[in-house]
Design a protein around this ligand. Structure first.
Ligand SMILES: [Zn+2]
Length: 269
């Protein structure tokens, strides 16, 4: 399978459904499986346009509805879910992570774009500087010939975030980390390495030593959780948006058929 391009992207398939964080409904599971296999979504019908401003033709796999479309706020919800996931993870490491009203740059006048990163890690391990994090879900094109470009797509996102934030963060006394995940469930290696470093440091503080196996076990738990969260968020976007768009389309088609029928009758008469 193409989507097993790395060991992280399919983590949700290897999990025992313990607790709600590790469960998908049958419909959600069907949607994520279709995405993974490049199959058509059940609710999809051909030649349908999205109801967002640009009205693009919808793809059968649901790429536009899950990651390309800003309408109804689903794309934003996936992003925010990941921000809160990171906050929760840091909480278990006794690292304070702030999300609200970030106005962290010393001179906002010098920052006309009003850059507000998603998270501020107040007291990360291994440094006396706070760390700013900005999350992005990279919109990976899931067509087969683009599979090889996924790493590249994530690199582009990473570099864009660095260009936007790193210098101004540095000037204001912060470290900066882009946290990039792909719609196919990969996590950028640099983002992951930082999280792993923090988990490792917590083991040292707790006097348990940084035994590789224990750190890996803890990391696997969080990676699985994130893997589920991404897939569930994307599946919900596809399901909820499809219900509205394809329902509307059926109503329009029924209306057209009815109109045609009446025309034909009148014609005969
Ligand atoms: Zn759209």
């Amino acid at each position: 399978m193409y989507s097993t391009v790395n060991e992280i992207s399919g983590q949700y398939l290897n999990s025992i459904p313990k607790g709600n964080s590790f469960r998908l409904t049958s419909q959600e599971f069907q949607v994520v499986t279709n995405s993974r296999m490049f199959s058509s979504q059940t609710l999809y019908s051909e030649n349908t346009r999205c109801n967002c401003r640009n009205k693009p033709l919808l793809d059968k796999e649901g790429v536009h509805l899950s990651t390309g479309c800003a309408k109804s706020g689903f794309r934003h919800k996936t992003h925010d879910n990941i921000v809160y996931f990171l906050k929760e993870l840091m909480g278990t490491l006794q690292i304070e992570a702030r999300t609200t009203k970030l106005n962290v740059f010393s001179t906002m006048e010098a920052d006309p774009d009003g850059r507000r990163p998603d998270l501020e890690m107040v007291n990360p391990q291994g440094t006396d500087r706070a760390m700013l994090i900005d999350v992005r879900v990279t919109n990976c094109n899931t067509s087969r010939d683009k599979v090889e470009n996924r790493h590249q797509a994530m690199d582009v996102s990473y570099n864009e975030k660095m260009a936007k934030y790193s210098r101004v963060a540095e000037q204001s006394g912060f470290d900066f980390l882009p946290f990039i995940v792909s719609s196919t469930g990969q996590i950028d290696e640099r983002s992951l390495a930082w999280v792993k470093g923090q988990v490792q440091a917590k083991f040292v503080i707790d006097g348990e030593g940084a035994k590789g196996a224990d750190v890996d076990k803890r990391m696997n738990f969080w990676i699985k959780k994130l893997s589920f969260l991404i897939q569930r968020s994307l599946a919900r976007s596809i399901i909820e948006r499809s219900k509205i768009i394809f329902y509307d389309q059926h109503v329009i088609r029924n209306h057209e058929v009815a109109e045609q029928f009446m025309n034909d009758i009148n014609h005969v008469a």
